[in-house]
Ligand binder design. Structure first.
Ligand code: HEC
Ligand code: HEC
Ligand code: HEC
Ligand code: HEC
Length: 348
């Protein structure tokens, strides 16, 4: 009897310490961001914060290009997006792109260096489309990125592929993970939803498709509320990703006493609303269609290529790179309607 009690106590102790390993080591700081008594606070851990600061520094900008000289389209053979830059501006951007995306491989990551005009490497075609995508984000989505804007570095950070990307998760039945259908949730240690047991792929529904992100009904119970518990869980899964991706609490965008109420929400929620729409457009119009030109090692389990979520740019902070104004030194990435996928894929 006694020994089994001790064993039980010991087990409970282990259980508690296991639970605590999922938490952050105290002490943490709480910043009050709303009126007293409204519970509007941000909890920050100074140690995590210090690490984020070092990870989110923008590189030094290249010196501006020498003014004047001929246009790229009059000198080069196969420029479809950047033809209106001067040759000096064009070459400066090529050097910057190399530092942002392929510092180890250099120009050869995208080019046959014996013939720069050739479109033989898929990476060059992807880079052309990514240039149009970056121009669209900066030109069309100022409602989200303001004048801060983005460059290739915002996502790539000196790597061929951004660290934070996502693939569609295969149906559990197809993947053979469980006997039955796990309804897309209750999997251990899922990074997407900050280690919760919530649905593990909120991205496909909300950042590729445009499923409704709702919990509250718009009319009184019972007939008006069509929002099921299932739908609520999916909504929360996305919210966990958004909080985690930006390194903020729910109170950064909501007043927790009335989550749904826009009139009680901080203005950041509106920025986030536009962000969701921007990410959908980026994934659908610019990225998904490139899958057929990728080699198999770049494809996910359902044959898609990896896509953008909030963390791709934000990487744990409320403004990517703490709001560094990288776009200001690369005005060539600022505007543009984006062009069509066909125009980016065209081969000469
Ligand atoms: C991340 C991919 C990438 C890297 C790295 C890269 N380029 Fe490019 N380059 C492109 C793309 C995309 C185009 C086509 C732009 C367009 O269609 O407007 C291009 C076009 C060119 C052209 C025009 C060729 C022609 O006649 O049509 C030259 C020259 C060039 N790049 C030089 C360089 C040099 C030099 C480097 C290394 C310092 C470099 N590039 C690195 C993607 C890249
Ligand atoms: C909003 C985030 C974002 C921005 C901005 C961005 N990229 Fe990407 N990039 C991605 C994602 C996500 C992928 C993975 C998709 C894929 O497999 O092609 C990717 C893939 C690539 C690849 C393919 C790499 C490989 O090895 O398969 C190249 C090349 C590339 N990007 C170049 C660029 C260039 C050049 C710019 C700037 C003009 C840029 N990207 C801007 C998100 C971004
Ligand atoms: C970066 C801003 C942001 C953060 C952080 C955030 N949310 Fe949201 N939340 C939104 C936006 C924007 C919407 C509306 C989405 C839409 O309509 O497309 C929303 C919608 C919701 C809804 C649905 C409300 C309704 O009308 O039914 C709930 C519930 C919710 N969030 C809960 C949370 C919780 C819980 C957290 C913390 C884990 C959280 N949110 C963190 C921005 C945020
Ligand atoms: C293409 C890169 C990119 C992606 C992807 C992205 N953001 Fe942002 N976001 C930015 C930039 C850049 C800013 C800074 C804008 C500024 O300085 O005004 C920003 C700002 C914000 C802000 C305002 C922060 C503040 O402190 O005022 C919120 C909230 C936000 N983003 C939420 C999101 C959410 C939620 C997602 C995913 C649905 C997302 N973002 C995806 C680039 C991005």
């Amino acid at each position: 009897m006694f020994s089994s009690k001790v064993a039980r106590a010991a087990l409970a102790g282990i259980g508690v310490s296991l639970l605590l390993t999922g938490c952050e080591r105290p002490p943490v700081d709480a910043d009050q961001i709303g009126y007293r008594g409204t519970g509007m606070e941000q909890v920050v851990n100074p140690r995590t914060e210090a690490k984020l600061v070092s990870l989110n520094q923008a590189p030094t900008a290249l010196p501006p290009a020498e003014p004047g000289g001929p246009l790229a389209k009059d000198v080069y053979k196969n420029v479809q997006v950047l033809g209106n830059l001067t040759v000096n501006e064009f070459n400066r951007l090529m050097v910057a792109m190399t530092a942002w995306v392929s510092p180890e491989q250099g120009c050869a990551y995208c080019h046959n260096v014996a013939n720069f005009a050739e479109d033989g490497l898929y990476t060059k075609i992807v880079a052309r489309r990514m240039t149009q995508m970056t121009q669209t984000i900066n030109g069309k989505w100022q409602s989200h990125v303001g004048n801060t804007g983005v460059t290739c570095y915002t996502c790539h950070r000196g790597q061929n592929l951004p660290t934070q990307r996502w693939f569609t998760e295969p149906d559990a039945k197809i993947a053979g993970r469980l006997l039955g259908d796990d309804a897309g949730q209750n999997r251990a240690g899922v990074e997407a939803t900050a280690n919760s047991s919530l649905p593990y792929d909120p991205y496909t529904s909300f950042l590729l498709q445009d499923k409704e992100i709702r919990m509250a009904g718009t009319t009184a119970l019972p007939t008006g509320n069509r929002q099921s518990i299932k739908q609520t869980e999916w909504t929360y899964a996305l919210m966990m990703h958004m909080s985690d991706g930006l390194g903020v609490n729910c109170t950064y965008c909501h007043n927790t006493r009335a989550m749904h109420d826009w009139s009680q929400s901080p203005p950041q929620r509106v920025t986030a609303w536009y962000g969701i729409r921007m990410v959908r457009e980026v994934n659908n119009e610019y990225i998904a269609g490139l899958a057929p030109i990728h080699p198999p090692n770049r494809l996910g389990p359902t044959g898609d290529i990896s896509k953008v979520n909030c963390a791709t740019c934000h990487q744990g902070v409320n403004k990517p790179l703490y709001g560094a104004q990288m776009l200001a030194s690369h005005p060539e990435l600022a505007g543009g309607s984006g062009g069509s996928l066909a125009s980016a894929l065209v081969k000469k």
